[in-house]
Design a protein. Structure first.
Length: 324
């Protein structure tokens, strides 16, 4: 298996380096002469390094050159090369699965200390030493055991939901099942999955906060309930009554709550709504221990997406139409 992975990687890199100019800062001046440190050797060296000092890494790689010479050579390569290499490598791994099962998560990554990089430099407490972190959002294919995409955010600009949406938008998968943990619980994420045509499975907060705390649920410890929820930013007296009387059907979204499919303001003559359909499932994972999940598997049908724009089919929807 390891030899097969190395062979696939070598083919991906060789294919990329047949046209290297787009990945070199000054293609007419750099990497044009024969050198002991070719572009291919540079890429392999960078990817093969561990966590040692640069001097020790160069010794391990048997590269007879100074640190400054290596750094100078490294800055001649655009970062786009590594993203293209990543895509080329993963694309070569066969995918015979009709519905990919993906998992998303984020993690902080330590980088060399740089006090001047204010976007990544963190000082935990007064008087403590600063350190630098970036945040890596990674999308993992559980069936093929490979990372299919990733995006990096500055530590001070971390937003894992934005990272997920970015990766989802860039994905080549028409359909997929994506698994997420509590940090991704939001109407905006669910809506993006719905618009993308992806299935999702999200572990949500099990307390009174979040999506679960806003709806009426069965008294039993375990349940499986389907929701057809209409989101709206309207907040008149009549609409407030609707939100209170039908918490399992309507949800008010304040303008401070990001939702990409509704404008921040809702005019009197232009009431915008958005439909979400999902299941909320609470199950016992161990004696006395419960988890709550939200999913759209086995619930969303093409006909249900048109419920907001179609003639009213229930008394609840009819009451909203009457509000104008």
């Amino acid at each position: 298996m390891l030899n097969q992975i190395k062979h696939t990687f070598s083919k991906a890199l060789a294919s990329l380096l047949t046209h290297p100019k787009p990945f070199i800062v000054k293609p007419d001046q750099q990497f044009v002469r024969r050198s002991s440190l070719s572009l291919e050797k540079m890429v392999n060296a960078i990817l093969g390094m561990g966590g040692k000092t640069l001097s020790k890494e160069l010794l391990d790689l048997k590269l007879d050159m100074t640190n400054s010479a290596f750094v100078q050579r490294r800055y001649q390569i655009k970062s786009d090369l590594f993203k293209s290499l990543f895509d080329s490598f993963t694309d070569r791994i066969p995918n015979h699965i009709d519905l990919p099962i993906l998992a998303i998560d984020g993690s902080d990554v330590s980088i060399p200390k740089n006090d001047q990089d204010h976007e990544t430099c963190i000082i935990a407490n007064v008087g403590s030493k600063p350190y630098n972190h970036i945040h890596l959002n990674a999308l993992f294919d559980l069936k093929r055991n490979i990372y299919v995409d990733a995006c990096v955010q500055d530590k001070r600009q971390v937003n894992e939901n934005d990272g997920l949406i970015q990766l989802m938008s860039a994905s080549s998968f028409d359909k997929a099942l994506i698994i997420m943990d509590r940090g991704y619980e939001s109407y905006n994420v669910i809506a993006h999955c719905q618009e993308r045509g992806w299935s999702y499975l999200i572990r949500i907060k099990d307390g009174s906060y979040g999506i679960k705390g806003k709806v009426n649920l069965p008294a039993s410890p375990c349940f499986d309930q389907t929701f057809h929820l209409i989101l709206c930013r309207k907040q008149t007296k009549d609409w407030k009554q609707v939100y209170q009387q039908f918490p399992n059907h309507f949800r008010f979204l304040p303008k401070t709550s990001r939702f990409d499919f509704l404008s921040e303001k809702s005019r009197t003559q232009d009431i915008q709504t958005y439909f979400l359909g999902f299941r909320m499932v609470r199950l016992e994972v161990a004696p006395g221990s419960y988890e709550t999940l939200i999913t759209n598997t086995d619930t969303l049908r093409k006909s249900k997406f048109s419920v907001v724009n179609s003639p009213c089919r229930t008394p609840v929807l009819s009451s909203v139409r009457c509000l104008g």
